[in-house]
Unconditional design. Structure first.
Length: 135
């Protein structure tokens, strides 16, 4: 079981790297800004259960899906709506980030899971960003 699990985790990490390269190729210097908008759109629209599924399966990093969420944000803005405005989404709260972080920390062997390790690092950065803004 562990060997199979490691193969799956290795494959997910490879897919993540491939998708990141594809997105960077697609958006160039706008990569970070457009990816952030796509993530905000997904978080504003999808349930936490669906977001967890996308993270766990690696689909949340799928280049086509990320692009589609970015395009969706543009369409919503074209309707006079903004993800940060009418939908009431201002980003994750410190509490939600900490909750997800603790969930990962309670997962056995999370340090050996590239996807969980990467997500934990993202959450840590987001928490730091929020705390830095509060100063």
């Amino acid at each position: 079981y562990n060997a199979n699990n490691k193969e799956v985790q290795t494959r997910l990490a490879e897919l993540h790297d491939t998708n990141v390269r594809e997105i960077k190729q697609m958006w160039g210097g706008d990569y970070q800004a457009k990816t952030k908008i796509a993530m905000q759109t997904a978080r504003a629209i999808l349930s936490q259960e669906t977001l967890d599924y996308l993270d766990a399966t690696g689909l949340g990093n799928n280049a086509k899906l990320v692009r589609d969420f970015y395009e969706l944000s543009k369409r919503l803005q074209g309707d006079g709506r903004q993800i940060d405005g009418d939908y009431g989404y201002e980003g994750p709260t410190l509490e939600s980030l900490e909750s997800e972080s603790f969930k990962i920390l309670r997962t056995p062997d999370w340090q050996n899971d590239p996807a969980l390790k990467r997500r934990y690092e993202q959450l840590t950065q987001q928490r730091a960003d929020i705390l830095y803004k509060q100063q």
